[in-house]
Design a protein around this ligand. Structure first.
Ligand code: GDP
Length: 177
């Protein structure tokens, strides 16, 4: 069998109110279901770690945001040991999309090494009040060479895909480095 890996650190970035906490909460729920079905491990509400069995290998991801990491915005990119950045915006908030693009720019400026980077458009359930179009998100993701996914934390839409997508990106970059 394969040795368990070190947990990967995933930092969520984005304007206030875009749904970072809601997403982390959904990630925990997704893991709880897996643990329920596999009858393995205890669910610990206090920690923000998620273990996923993918392609025969179990990996643990630990989710942090800037506030819990106690960093200033201009310090985050120099933080060590971050394995992936997840930049979140809300599709009903154009300002949050601009903030997300600023974060992508900063990460690509500061990160000498390649790093897993995912742009997340959240709140896709708010169809009527949506202002940021899918092609805008895709285009920004292309510019900054990152993955793009549209999700809704509120209705648990594509949360599992996001979780698996983050892990796949992390593994890809770990193989490369
Ligand atoms: P944070 O500041 O980025 O951590 O944002 P929160 O997770 O605290 O979410 C801010 C608000 O947006 C809360 O009222 C959430 O319930 C709401 N919210 C989060 N995700 C979604 C979503 O996918 N759809 C909708 N409609 N509301 C959401």
């Amino acid at each position: 069998s394969i040795m368990p890996e070190e947990p990967s650190k995933v930092m969520l970035l984005g304007a206030s109110g875009v749904g970072k906490r809601a997403l982390i909460h959904e990630f925990m729920d997704a893991e709880m279901m897996r643990h329920y079905f596999q009858s393995s491990g205890e669910y610990d509400d206090a920690d923000r770690s998620v273990s996923i069995l993918l392609d025969g290998q179990e990996s643990t991801m630990e989710f942090v945001d800037i506030l819990s990491f106690n960093l200033q915005v201009d310090e985050f990119v120099t933080a060590d040991q971050i394995d992936a950045y997840v930049v979140v915006y809300s599709v009903e908030d154009r300002k949050s999309f601009e903030t997300a693009i600023d974060r992508l720019y900063e990460i690509r400026q500061e990160e000498a090494r390649n790093i897993a980077l995912i742009l997340v458009a959240n709140k896709t359930d708010l169809v009527r009040t949506r202002v940021v179009l899918e092609e805008e998100g895709r285009s920004a993701a292309k510019t900054y060479d990152c993955k793009y996914i549209e999700v809704s934390a509120a209705i648990d839409h594509r949360i599992d895909e996001l979780l698996v997508g983050i892990l796949k990106q992390i593994r890809l970059f770990k193989e490369r480095n």
